[in-house]
Write a protein that binds this ligand. Structure first.
Ligand SMILES: Nc1nc2c(ncn2[C@@H]2O[C@H](COP(=O)(O)OP(=O)(O)OP(=O)(O)O)[C@@H](O)[C@H]2O)c(=O)[nH]1
Length: 610
């Protein structure tokens, strides 16, 4: 059975491959933040690297002046069987084992530079290093850049705050144990590590005080006040450490030799001898390993809850994002046609009710058309002066004897011409409503949201069809108007004639061919136009609905269907070119979902949960 630490290690590595290392996480919940970890914090030259190397028992960290650690190093230690060969692996280099630890150091330097550039910038993207060795305990430590007070040449002025905020982002997590490194040869009150730990963990529950350089203290002084918790009290006892000195490093003193020298130092020390069993890097490693394991055990239910919640969120999002686009032409055509049907359904709902928009067409017929007809300038056309002029022009040299037949015709034809305007306006108004409904229906078709190119193509094809319907509709309504001019309603005039004859028998008119006569003509024509107007107000909507609305419902995408049936796979692929950001998001969600599901299954199956 693998250890809990190994399990968390695997999750940590998975997090890094998912670009999840805390902070902003593309709106996805962070598993990284929920995983317990141990972060190593300290001022520059406090001895952080030395402590880490002592814990590992190998020389492998970059050394030098200035800020050497410029990216977090997630150091995962895996205990292997006695006698097995030690090796290291990086997450960013797959399938390569490093048996030479000087190459590990070089790779850390190179990989740091790859992300930060050579100009000593810092980056919060961690490097993952796993070390497999019989000389380690199962433990994961995160080495962070040393807290510094001043920027050196070539570094941006903000580096001091940048480092502090990066370190703070790690140690603020309630799941992070803080390994606060302070050198014994400096006043503990000035320790950068303790200062930060105090801020983020005021109760001292998760802070481990580590005092390095005990051997470098002035003769006659000791660090017992700190180590015994009198100077600064923490919930966990302080651990004193004696690392290799610079001279030892220069002489490449073996780490195993250094470990035994450290042990000997404490065992023989007059000041710290009584605490020897609880001092030194080996003890520190074991202590941390045990503690980390017990913290992970406690946190497993929380981690499981987070994973379960994230799985639900991811599945929901993936559902919304839709399936990835098929590769073969048949499946692509099927997908496209499915979306067309969805769009057409929504478009029809707008027209038939269920969704708003269709009522605007009735508004055109019920309000706009009658209002426009009412505004037509018949008064002017049928004014006394205009009637006299038109009638006399139609009479020619021979004035009419009884009724001005040709004058009537010209007056009526002239009036009927005015109906063309409102008829055309109705067609155009309906056309614009239909276009607007196409736009709305496209926007409301969930399935289409992923495919901007297909949306554009569908709108273009639908608009082309609407244009054709408009042409047909225009022809039909104008034909209705023209038909009224082509053949006048005989009955109307016959009845009129009978009424006028009866009228002339009962009244004596002195002004038979004066103004009264022309006024009568005007009023007869107006009555006829009124009758025609009543007819057109009823028939124009019929023509418009027949030619535009009904056609739009039946054949809006016919043109598109003809086109797509002749398309090659490549053209269909182009229509289904999703927004790249969306594709990326789906990929990220799917990858994350796979990792989380695997993790959930492992937790479910593991004995250590029960
Ligand atoms: N004598 C002695 N020297 C130590 C001890 N710990 C660290 N040193 C020396 O102190 C110097 C700095 O140690 P590092 O381990 O590099 O310190 P660091 O905190 O990693 O430094 P930066 O990465 O530069 O921030 C080195 O020369 C070490 O040899 C110790 O316990 N005793």
């Amino acid at each position: 059975m693998e250890s809990l630490i190994d399990f968390v290690n695997r999750l940590q590595r998975a997090c890094t491959t998912l670009d999840d290392y805390g902070g902003g996480n593309n709106g996805l919940s962070s598993l990284w933040e929920a995983l317990p970890s141990v972060a190593v914090v300290g001022g520059q030259s406090s001895g952080k690297s030395s402590v880490l190397e002592s814990i590992v028992g190998r020389d492998f960290l970059p050394r030098g002046s200035g800020i050497v650690t410029r990216r977090p190093l997630v150091l995962q230690l895996h205990k292997t069987g006695n006698g097995t060969e030690e090796y290291a692996e990086f997450l960013h280099i797959t399938n390569k084992r490093f048996f030479d630890f000087s190459l590990v150091r070089k790779e850390i330097q190179d990989e740091t530079d790859r992300i930060t550039g050579k100009n000593k910038q810092i980056s919060s993207v961690p490097i993952h290093l796993s070390i497999y060795s019989p000389n380690v305990v199962n433990l994961t430590l995160i080495d962070l850049p040393g807290l510094t007070k001043v920027a050196v040449e070539g570094q941006p002025e903000t580096i001091v705050e940048d480092i502090e905020s990066m370190v703070r982002s790690y140690v603020s997590k309630p799941n992070c144990l803080i390994l606060a490194i302070s050198p014994a040869n400096q006043d503990i009150a000035t320790s950068d590590a303790i200062k930060l730990a105090k801020e983020v963990d005021p109760a001292g529950d998760r802070t481990f005080g580590v005092l390095t350089k005990l051997d470098l203290m002035d003769k006659g002084t000791d660090a017992l006040d700190v180590i015994e918790g009198r100077s600064y009290r923490l919930q966990h006892p302080w651990v004193g450490i004696v690392n290799r000195s610079q001279a030892d490093i220069n002489k490449s003193v073996d780490m195993m030799v250094a470990r035994s020298k450290e042990r000997e130092y404490f065992e023989t020390s007059p000041e710290y001898g009584h605490l020897a069993a609880k001092m030194g890097s080996e003890y520190l490693a074991k202590l941390l390993s045990k503690l980390l394991e017990s913290i992970i055990r406690k946190r497993i239910p929380n981690i499981l809850a987070l994973i379960t919640r994230s799985i639900e969120e991811l599945e929901r999002e993936l559902n919304q994002l839709g399936r990835p686009v098929a590769i073969d032409a048949g499946a692509q055509l099927y997908t496209i046609l499915g979306m067309c049907r969805a769009f057409e359904k929504i478009f029809k709902e707008h027209l038939d009710g269920g969704r708003p928009g269709g009522a605007r067409i009735y508004g055109i017929f019920d309000n706009q058309l009658p209002a426009a007809i009412k505004k037509l300038p018949f008064d002017r056309h049928l004014s006394l002066q205009s009637v006299k002029r038109i009638v006399s022009e139609s009479d020619g040299y021979q004035p009419h004897l009884i009724a001005p037949e040709s004058g009537y015709r010209r007056l009526i034809e002239g009036s009927l011409n005015h109906f063309r305007g409102p008829a055309e306006a109705s067609v155009n108004a309906v056309h614009f409503v239909l276009k607007e409904l196409v736009r709305k229906a496209i926007a409301e078709t969930e399935e289409l949201k992923r495919f901007p190119s297909l949306q554009i193509e569908l709108v273009a094809a639908a608009n082309l069809s609407l244009e054709k319907f408009r042409e047909e509709s225009m022809k039909s309504v104008l034909r209705l108007v023209d038909m009224e001019s082509s053949y006048l309603t005989v009955d109307f005039f016959r009845k009129l004639h009978i009424m006028e004859t009866q009228e002339s028998l009962t009244t004596t008119t002195t002004d038979q061919f004066g103004d009264g006569h022309f006024k009568k003509i005007a009023s007869n024509v107006a009555a006829y136009i009124n009758m025609v107007s009543d007819t057109l107000v009823k028939t124009i909507p019929k023509a418009v609905v027949h030619c535009q609305v009904k056609q739009a419902k039946l054949a809006l995408l016919n043109y598109f269907y003809t086109q797509i049936s002749h398309s090659q796979g490549k053209q269909m692929g182009q229509l289904l070119d999703e927004n790249p950001a969306l594709m990326e998001r789906r990929l990220q969600c799917a990858k994350r979902l796979e990792v989380y599901k695997k993790a959930r299954d492992e937790i479910d199956a593991a004995v250590w949960v029960r």
